[in-house]
Design a protein around this ligand. Structure first.
Ligand SMILES: C[S@@+](CC[C@H](N)C(=O)[O-])C[C@H]1O[C@@H](n2cnc3c(N)ncnc32)[C@H](O)[C@@H]1O
Length: 212
């Protein structure tokens, strides 16, 4: 199968959409930020949200907020809320400006701080957690947090989970540690009796898991 051809065909079907990763990043003043999700992952999040209508979403790793805005555009239609965590203050400030620009700031609460520290102080429950934090060790380290913070039937969605099988160019540096962390996470989720899960080959790999 020619995956580049498949991907180009799928994207051609959605090219008339207003909110795209390319346009969003071009409209963002700050140019140095953590990578944002691909358009196919943004659409998958929107499909999952439309299907399950989560009232409260927790996002771990905001960057400039492309995934946050993609989700907020859907929850805005029925009054849901997103809490999103980012530890880089400059990037978080840019995300806040973007939320205002995109008309979704009322839907989003941005918490600036280290993800585990912020999550450990949370008592509220969520219907969906989107894990996209830059520090991939946290994917596993936060497993207990997902179970504590997710309602039964809630969704855990985790991005970048196919990193362990990618051939990365050396220009990205040594990503061995990151890939090992994600491989450990993938094995734990696959074996975890509290989750029903699968790993979809979209974006950089998207794990979707339902808390039983
Ligand atoms: C891949 S980006 C998030 C992209 C965003 N979800 C999107 O698609 O628009 C990951 C972000 O995690 C942040 N980050 C890394 N380690 C963190 C930590 N320990 N706590 C909070 N944020 C962290 C980085 O600063 C970066 O902005």
């Amino acid at each position: 199968m020619d995956f580049a051809k498949i991907s180009a065909y799928i994207e051609s079907l959605y090219e008339k959409r207003k909110l795209t990763q390319k346009q969003y990043t071009e409209d963002t003043e700050l140019k140095n930020f953590g990578p944002v999700v691909d358009d196919d992952v943004a659409r998958m999040l929107q499909v999952l949200i439309t299907l399950t209508r989560p009232e409260k979403i927790l996002e771990i790793g905001t960057s400039i907020g492309f995934s946050t805005v993609s989700m907020a555009k859907v929850i805005q239609q029925y009054g849901g809320k997103i809490v999103t965590i980012e530890m880089d203050v400059e990037v978080a400030e840019q995300a806040a400006k973007n939320f205002e620009r995109e008309g979704v700031k009322e839907q989003i609460e941005l918490r600036i701080g280290e993800a585990r520290a912020v999550a450990s102080g949370m008592a509220e429950e969520f219907d969906l957690i989107f894990q996209d934090v830059g520090d991939k060790k946290l994917y596993c380290a936060m497993l207990e947090d997902y179970l504590r913070l997710l309602k039964p039937g809630g969704l855990l969605v985790a991005e970048d989970t196919l990193f362990p099988v990618f051939d990365f160019d050396s220009e990205y540096g040594d990503l061995t540690q990151m890939c090992e962390s994600l491989d450990t996470f993938n094995k734990k989720i696959a074996d975890c009796p509290q989750f029903e899960s699968t790993l979809l080959p979209i974006g950089d790999g998207l794990t979707v898991a339902v808390k039983k």
